[in-house]
Design a protein around this ligand. Structure first.
Ligand code: AMP
Ligand code: ZN
Ligand code: FE
Ligand code: FE
Length: 282
């Protein structure tokens, strides 16, 4: 069983519609794939239809944006009820505030003579998609300011940049509680991405575990061997499940779908913890 539990479509900041992400998963030889767009369930129906037609298992997920002490933390939510009022409310708040914050980042860029407009950004976003810095990066590429998303992030859009503005996001402990109350399973995404800058600590992960966190995304390209070893040890200590995934974004990142994978037993544990529905192969 080949399983990839973290991908993005154009319903957030991936570059391919959900059905194309599912088709890419099939081509890569995966048996199960999770669609985990940022702060939205907007891609679930299209992904489910494509997964049913192509005979691949789909785990419906969300990558929930969280923030603690000004630092961004991502939480993967698998199979929560999409109708849960608290979850819907948090995602709506995050999506709305993502709009105004991008406006403010554009204002800062313009004040520094970077030629970019919100209209150019909107032209890069699919209808109803969760807006993110990658869309601004795409607009900067289209305007000839940078050559790709990577350069846009490196020069202008990274978390430590003077142009950076954050958006609303719940505290991760609260987010874990909401996901669990909505019948889903919560897994902390790439906890050691930009480790010095973001400052996710074993103590925070222990607090999340106490709040109901089920697992840690260990095998992810942002983690080197030492980080993976440490996180595996921590998962062991805290009784958490270990997952692995690509964090595929289509052409928006060099991550290849299926490049890191999750053990079937870990998926079993996730499914056992949820009362949502998974589309698994017939
Ligand atoms: P935002 O959610 O708007 O704060 O933007 C953060 C998102 O940008 C992350 O979730 C990544 O998907 C994406 N991202 C971060 N760094 C890069 C990069 N260097 N190239 C492409 N995408 C990136
Ligand atoms: Zn993303
Ligand atoms: Fe993430
Ligand atoms: Fe992601």
């Amino acid at each position: 069983m080949e399983i990839d539990l973290h991908t993005h479509s154009s319903v957030s900041d991936g570059t391919e519609p959900p059905a194309q992400v599912i088709a890419a998963a099939v081509r890569a030889g995966l048996d199960v794939v999770a669609l985990t767009d940022h702060d939205t369930v907007g891609g679930w129906d299209e992904a489910a239809e494509a997964a049913g037609a192509l005979g691949i298992g789909l785990v419906r997920g969300i990558e929930v944006s969280c923030r603690r002490d000004g630092r961004s933390i991502h939480l993967l939510a698998y199979l929560p009820s999409p109708d849960d009022a608290d979850l819907e409310h948090e995602m709506a708040l995050a999506r709305e505030s993502r709009l105004t914050r991008l406006d403010r980042i554009v204002d800062r860029l313009v004040a520094d003579d970077v030629p970019i407009t919100m209209d150019q950004v909107r032209a890069q976003v699919a209808e109803g998609a969760t807006l993110g810095r990658p869309h601004l990066a795409d607009a900067m590429v289209a305007a000839g300011v940078v050559v790709d998303r990577d350069e846009a992030f490196r020069r202008y859009l990274h978390d430590g940049s003077p142009y950076y503005v954050s958006h609303y996001a719940p505290d991760p402990v609260r987010a874990v509680e909401i996901v669990v109350a909505a019948g889903g399973a919560a897994v902390i995404a790439h906890p050691y991405t930009d480790r010095q800058l973001r400052g996710v600590t074993p103590e925070l992960i222990a607090d999340l575990a106490a709040a109901g966190l089920l697992g840690i995304e260990v095998d992810h390209r942002d983690h080197d061997e030492a980080a993976r070893r440490e996180l595996r040890g921590l998962a062991d200590e805290l009784g958490l499940v270990v997952t692995g995934s690509s964090d595929y974004h289509g052409a928006g990142k060099s991550n290849l779908i299926g490049e890191n994978r999750t053990d079937p037993q870990a998926l079993e544990a996730i499914l056992a913890a949820c009362w949502g529905t998974a589309y698994l192969p017939a």
